[in-house]
Structures are given as C-alpha cells and as structure tokens.
Design a protein around this ligand. Structure first.
Ligand code: GDP
Ligand code: MG
Length: 187
C-alpha cells in the first residue's frame, strides 16, 4: 500500500515532476451509484447501466493543485453490506462512502462502512480521510434523506459531507475526487 500520497521520484526528475499516488475506494450499498460516479470521474460520461457485480480498480493521472497525481479508484460491488473489508482497508488512502439521497436504506447502509473505517483509522498512524457522499442529487423530488441528516452522520464520524450527481455536471464529481486527494495530501 502506498503510504499517504507516496512520493516516488521518477529517475532524474526534478521537484516539479515529483510523482504522487493516491488510492481511493468507493463503498456503499448496491445501487447507490458508485460505478456511475467512478465512470463519470474517469470518462466525463454518465453510464446508466453498469454491471452491479463488477468490482474493479482503475487508474487515472490527475492534476490537482498543479501536481500530477496517479489516482487509483477501486469501485467495489458488495451486494449486501461489507464483505472482506481487508481488501481495501489496507489499500486505500481515502474512502468515499456513497448513498443515494432518494433511498433511505442506502443511507442507513453507510453506517456499517463508516464504523469499519473509524475502527480501522483508530489503529493507524495516519487517519485516512473519509467523504460521505449523497449521490443522485438530480432526484431532489424523490429525496428521502435530508441534507441535515447526511451532514449530521458525517460529523458524527468526523468526515466531510458532499451531495453530488453522477448524471449532472462533471466538474462537481471531479471536485469531490480531487477533494479526497487534497485531504490525503494534508496529512
Ligand atoms: P452501484 O451499485 O453503487 O455501483 O450503482 P450504479 O452506479 O450501478 O447505479 C445504480 C443505478 O442508479 C443505475 O441505474 C444508475 O443509472 C443510477 N444512478 C447512478 N447515479 C445516478 C445519479 O446520480 N442520478 C440518477 N438519477 N441515477 C443514478
Ligand atoms: Mg457498481
């Protein structure tokens, strides 16, 4: 696992070409929109039907605050709550815990993930940042989880809170991933 934003000097590189790495994992209930957010971030496109069983890790080079960062994104596909969390706990530098604002159950499902991460973070030297993400902001009309509830859960776990949509503006989705990277860099 790369330590929080591992600094790998490319041979012969000067300060400006210092290479940073950041591993980000998306967690949450099936249907929350983890794959849609991942695809949006990587391709700027909204893919409405994505294999719900497919779990994969993708790599992208991102420029964040004028620095190139090698970002790895693990799009998990738990079907019914957390299974084998070891596979990402030791790997991830940042956690994105996703629910859908139009589905109260998906919100409740976040608690298990937040608990596991909190427990893991307590035993580590570097606290890995966590962002709680309310997805499907475009479904405002069908909202079941208030912004206040999302915000309250986030502050109970000492994490950041954002609401996004995988099918609206790309920049907002990109911003959330970049924020996670910035948080990792702060450590
Ligand atoms: P995952 O199981 O968490 O990976 O969820 P998916 O990314 O497969 O998305 C589940 C369903 O929600 C799919 O039908 C998506 O098209 C839909 N979806 C995902 N994100 C959004 C969003 O931001 N807005 C809306 N309206 N639908 C979304
Ligand atoms: Mg998926």
């Amino acid at each position: 696992k790369p330590r929080a934003l591992n600094i790998v000097n490319i041979s012969g590189a000067n300060e400006r070409n210092v290479h940073l790495e950041c591993n980000i994992v998306l967690l949450g209930c099936r249907g929350a929109g983890k794959s849609a957010l991942t695809v949006k971030f990587l391709t700027r496109r909204f893919i409405s039907e994505y294999d719900p069983f497919l779990e994969d890790t993708y790599t992208s080079e991102e420029v964040v605050d004028q620095q190139t960062v090698l970002v790895r994104v693990m799009d998990t596909a738990d079907q019914n709550g957390p299974v084998n969390p070891e596979r990402y706990l030791h790997w991830a530098n940042a956690f994105l815990v996703v629910y859908s604002i139009d589905n109260k159950k998906s919100f409740e499902g976040c608690c298990q993930y937040l608990d596991i991460i909190s427990q893991y973070n307590r035993g580590t030297l570097h606290e890995n940042p966590v962002l709680l993400l309310g997805n499907k902001l475009d479904m405002e009309r069908y909202r079941q989880v208030s912004k206040a509830d999302g915000s309250a859960l986030a502050s109970r776990h000492g994490c950041l809170f954002r609401e996004v949509s995988a099918c609206l503006d790309f920049r907002l989705v990109q911003q959330v991933f970049h924020e996670a990277i910035q948080e990792v860099r702060k450590e």
